[in-house]
Ligand binder design. Structure first.
Ligand code: F6P
Length: 359
């Protein structure tokens, strides 16, 4: 008998279902007696013992389905050691659920925060496998996370649509792209859709340089400019501030503007006199069916996770390294962020083609 638990935690993304399907099909085809416990709404389900028994049938037909059949929630890592409103020790409660159900392994699908809790549970003696999900692609130790390319497709489609209206009206357009503190999604969506300016947190922007790029295009006869701006984009002068002052500054910006793109828009308008619009595709970027690349990636990661469980190898994230699916010790990647290297090939190649990063 093999008993596994499954949970999806943090912001959802495409291919969560496809990944769980890979795990369960990979096990069901190779184990006679398999019990699958699906914990509802992320770590909450594990803490409060809220689960559903699942059969292979539950994983049929979900390869292309977005979201997560288990539901999800955000349970901040920094609060995991803090008792809940009723004084319940959450870590002990999770361990209790795991042992009560006699689980052989718990498979956790999630991003950075989720991974930190997964590693904590590993340190507490549970058998854990982590699978890297996020549209942000910011998980250290894997080249790619599932969800990323699906989100790149959606953000690129949004910028493509903006392109036609921007050129018709000769306007400057900012499309704000998700990505939390990193610029992977903006960089890839920006390149894929031919953005003229790409602003990402890893390369703090100088507003003068951004305006120069817009004016240069105008002088060359292109009266419109498309900016792909990461939600975490940061001005050069702000990036230079000490941590505490930066936090204060970001709070001020958040109070005054719905997001950083509106601040940038105001500054560009004042400096260039051009008509400017902001578009925020927002959570659309996390929604809908996974793209074929993500379906393949998640199926491969899920299947490999199944093999690790069959081999009783626990305590790993299953990721993609140089085109191969690999196991990476959780202790080596948890708590680290994978950011865009400002000198990455993608950035330098884009710059060579005239794309401005505002630096
Ligand atoms: O981590 C995925 C992500 O979509 C980020 O890109 C974004 O900053 C954040 O989640 C949004 O979180 P929420 O769904 O809580 O609004």
């Amino acid at each position: 008998m093999l008993r596994i638990g499954l949970l999806t935690s943090g912001g959802d993304c495409q291919a969560l279902n496809a990944t769980m399907r890979g795990v369960v099909k990979g096990l069901a085809n190779n184990v006679k007696d398999l019990e699958v416990y699906g914990f509802m709404n992320g770590y909450k389900g594990l803490i409060y013992s809220d689960y559903r028994m699942l059969s292979a049938k539950d994983f049929s037909g979900i390869l292309t389905q977005g979201g997560t059949i288990l539901g999800t929630s955000r349970q901040p890592f920094k609060l995991m050691r803090t008792p809940d409103a009723n004084g319940l020790d959450k870590v002990e409660a999770m361990k209790h659920t795991y042992h009560k159900l006699l689980l052989d392994c718990l498979v956790i699908l999630g991003g950075n925060g989720t991974q930190k809790t997964a590693n904590l549970l590993r340190e507490e003696g549970l058998n854990i496998i982590h699978l890297p999900k996020t549209i942000d692609n910011d998980i250290y130790g894997t080249d790619m996370t599932f969800g990323f390319y699906s989100a790149v497709n959606i953000a690129s489609d949004a910028i493509d649509c903006i392109h036609t209206t921007a050129s018709s009206h000769q306007r400057v357009f900012i499309v704000e792209v998700m990505g939390h503190k990193v610029g992977w999604l903006t960089l890839y969506a920006g390149i894929a859709s031919g953005a003229d300016v790409i602003l990402i947190p890893e390369i703090p922007y100088d507003i003068e340089k951004v305006c120069e790029a817009i004016n240069r295009r105008k002088e060359r006869g292109s009266g419109f400019t498309i900016l792909a701006v990461a939600e975490g984009a940061i001005a050069k002068e702000d990036a230079a501030l000490p941590k505490k002052e930066l936090k204060k500054r970001q709070e001020e910006i958040a109070k005054k503007y719905p997001s950083v793109s509106y601040k940038i828009a105001e500054e560009i308008e004042a400096k260039t006199g051009m008509e400017i619009r902001v578009t925020v595709p927002g959570h659309m970027q996390r929604g809908g069916s996974p793209c074929p690349y993500d379906r393949v990636l998640s199926t491969r990661l899920g299947s490999e996770a199944a093999q690790l469980i069959l081999d009783k190898q626990y305590g790993y994230m299953v990721g993609m390294v140089n085109g191969k699916v690999k196991k990476i010790p959780l202790g080596e990647c948890a708590g680290k962020l994978k950011t865009v290297d400002p000198n990455a090939q993608e950035v330098l190649q884009a710059k060579r083609m005239g794309i401005s990063f505002g630096d």
